[in-house]
Design a protein around this ligand. Structure first.
Ligand code: FEO
Length: 404
């Protein structure tokens, strides 16, 4: 797609990737994506905001050429350095050797390793700092963890336009760049929510902070780095309201402590019930649920493990390890939110019982607060084992209460 004028002196010069179906290995996209980059031209200077994925360099550079000579770019502003925005940077710098790179302190560090150049012409910018393009200024606004430590917004007050990189973006691709031209609004809304959940779900307090900074500006247009540009009176208000709702603090009156388990012959299931009884004794007001992993929907389990206050997880040992459904559930754990979360591992085994230790190691790697060494029982739990499981649950419940 050719360059698009988005307002006086502002052009979209990105590239479309309508065929992308998986982003960043983990995120499915039904509608492809766009890698948005913007040229902002003042009377004296020209700035390019973000670059694009390295595989789309040719389309990107052609769009720049439609607006201005590539070597006339004075500043390349890197709002965020993930390779979908920085992949074309090393080649671009060869085409405009006089350009100065502007990035946050964290961004400057990343860019050296992304380009493998120690001599990058980087100027580190601070929150609130501005550059003058002549009749237009660009102000940099720190936006850490939206969604990397390096992230920032760039704001042009004269154009009432904020360039927010991934924030308010979407993996959505139509051959238009304005929200008013979206042909399939339902598909766009789904893509917008999916993108929020996948990219910003782990960073909700930072989303609230970023929204606050954006609301404090006089903004009519938001130019994100993926998907349509958002305008006041069209999608912008809806998009900001959606972010506000999705990032709002959830106040739950009750502690939620699920007990996930797999059980081949009912032994680990009996331990789960005994542990649940102990937790309920220690935390009588808590919502304590035993969830057989094989009997529950994967999305429900993933939501439970990521929104709970603490959890226990049980597995038999088969062939010296935990069973696959348990590992699959643990692969869904959001490592950002799992830090310091109280967790307990347990399980019945026959020969050697490695599974509980292996799970504890995984949970420790996620920086959870792992409760002791877990609970292991050989074959069928005896009455004493059931009593021990109940006592372990009770002690775990007390530890949860002590941490609250
Ligand atoms: Fe679109 Fe975080 O990169």
């Amino acid at each position: 797609m050719a360059a698009v004028c988005m307002g006086e002196g502002i052009h979209w010069v990105g590239a479309l990737n309508p065929n992308m179906r998986i982003f960043d290995v983990v995120m499915k996209t039904d509608n492809g994506t766009s890698y948005n980059a913007y040229l902002v031209r003042g009377q004296d200077k020209t700035a390019l905001i973000d670059t694009c994925h390295g595989a789309f360099y040719d389309a990107f550079i052609e769009n720049i050429r439609q607006v201005c000579p590539v070597d006339s770019i004075d500043y390349i502003i890197m709002n965020h350095c993930e390779p979908d925005h920085s992949g074309a940077l090393a080649r671009l710098l060869e085409a405009c050797p006089g350009a100065k790179l502007l990035a946050t302190q964290a961004g400057a560090l990343y860019l050296k390793n992304i380009t493998n150049r120690e001599d990058l012409p980087i100027q580190r910018v601070k929150d609130g700092e501005e550059i003058d393009l002549g009749g237009k200024t660009l102000r940099f606004i720190a936006a850490p963890f939206l969604h990397w430590p390096d992230s920032m917004f760039t704001y042009c007050p004269q154009a009432r336009t904020a360039f927010t990189c991934d924030f308010l973006g979407s993996h959505y691709c139509e051959p238009y760049m304005r929200d008013s031209d979206i042909a399939y609004p339902g598909a766009y809304q789904r893509a917008f929510k999916l993108y929020f959940d996948a990219i910003f779900g782990p960073f909700l307090p930072y989303v609230r902070a970023g929204l606050g900074k954006l609301k404090a500006l006089d903004v009519d247009t938001v130019c994100p780095s993926h998907g349509p540009v958002l305008h006041r009176g069209c999608q912008l208000e809806n998009a900001m309201e959606a972010y506000a709702q999705w990032s709002a603090e959830q106040k739950r009156g009750q502690l939620f402590v699920p007990i996930f388990y797999c059980s081949a012959y009912g032994n680990t299931a009996r331990l789960a019930q005994a542990i649940a009884g102990g937790i309920r004794q220690a935390l009588p007001d808590a919502d304590v649920q035993c969830l057989d992993i094989n009997d529950n929907d994967g999305a429900r389990l993933a939501a439970a493990i990521n929104t709970c206050d603490a959890f226990a997880i049980g597995t038999p040992t088969i062939n010296a390890d935990a069973v696959a459904p348990v590992w699959q559930l643990l692969a869904q754990v959001d490592a950002i939110h799992a830090r310091k979360k109280p967790v307990l591992a347990f399980g019945s085994y026959g020969w050697s019982g490695e599974a509980v230790g292996n799970i504890c190691a995984r949970l420790s790697g996620l920086k959870c607060a792992v409760f002791g060494e877990g609970l292991k029982v050989c074959f069928v739990p005896s009455e004493q084992d059931i009593q021990r499981a109940g006592e372990t649950g009770y002690a775990f419940g007390q530890a949860i209460a002590a941490g609250k």
